[in-house]
Write a protein that binds this ligand. Structure first.
Ligand SMILES: [Zn+2]
Length: 288
């Protein structure tokens, strides 16, 4: 009996050491990955739309070693006697088709799917708070997109007035981003979602309550499609619409603004002063 106890203790020590080695490997690789989490580089205006500088390829992630090989066979045999977890009953759906998982279960097991679901009225009020922001395209870090016309840049086509938002474009250029998903940058509520005319096209306006109680508005313009309705509660990362060209007025892109107030006049996208418009990229980088 004593020998078995000592054996078990020795086995646990070996397993513990293996786990510590694996964890340190993963920590090291995570640190390497974080190096790639750098701020978006903003391209200059004036039709020069260079793609983002190419990043070196990501290092290969280490494979998880098969720890089960370390478990002695006599322990494995004992484990066979353990009661098996109850099998989930299959859920029958309308028609003859049977699927293994109900949509709810699928949603629970997939964090990305969960991110993109709408809130229900039963949700806790606190989770409506916009505690984190991400980019409106290429969720969550704008991968594959760049800012074609930056914030506060004077535009000679509009009497050198300042651009009040950012124009997001796919690095593949032209109309290649037409129909690409547009994501809610944070948890919030839909203020309005409609055709605004005057060069705006379809526009969605969201209001976000920050953890400190302040409210900011995010504006998504020139959309091809609108997927939300006024009053909807949205989660960060929910697809709220798609990138458009304002009915053929421009090459497809997303005009995106963040304002330090909400519900004001939509305005013209350009003005001689920035007013309460915030630098969208900077704001998101600070609230990631
Ligand atoms: Zn714009």
């Amino acid at each position: 009996m004593k020998t078995i106890c000592w054996l078990m203790l020795a086995m646990s020590a070996i397993l513990w050491e293996q786990c510590a080695t694996v964890k340190s490997k993963w920590d090291k690789h995570r640190a390497e990955y974080e190096k790639y989490d750098r701020p978006i580089e903003y391209a200059s205006l004036e039709n020069s739309l260079p793609p983002l500088a190419a990043l070196p390829p990501l290092p290969a992630f280490p494979e998880m070693p098969d720890l089960s090989k370390l478990i002695p066979s006599f322990l494995k045999k004992e484990n066979k006697n353990l009661p098996l977890a109850k099998k989930e009953p299959e859920v029958a759906h309308a028609g003859k088709k049977k699927i293994k998982k109900s949509p709810e279960r699928k949603a629970k097991s997939n964090p990305i799917y969960r991110l993109r679901t709408r809130f229900t009225p039963k949700d806790d009020h606190n989770i409506h708070k916009a505690s984190r922001f991400s980019y409106p395209v290429g969720f969550p870090d704008a991968k594959g997109y760049y800012v074609a016309q930056g914030f506060a840049v004077p535009n000679k086509n509009y009497g050198n007035m300042l651009h009040l938002g950012e124009d997001w474009n796919a690095v593949t250029g032209g109309n290649s981003d037409l129909g690409d998903p547009v994501y809610a940058v944070a948890n919030g509520r839909v203020l309005s979602a409609k055709e605004e005319g005057h060069g705006w096209g379809k526009v969605i306006r969201l209001v976000h309550t920050l953890p400190d109680g302040n409210e900011v508005e995010s504006i998504y313009a020139h959309l091809d499609r609108i997927d939300v309705r006024p009053g909807d509660l949205v989660r960060r990362g929910l697809v709220i619409g798609t990138i458009g060209n304002a009915g053929g007025l421009y090459l497809a892109h997303l005009h995106f603004e963040i304002r330090d107030y909400h519900g004001g006049e939509l305005g013209g996208g350009y003005a001689s002063e920035l007013g309460l418009c915030l630098h969208p990229g900077e704001f998101i980088a600070r609230h990631k």
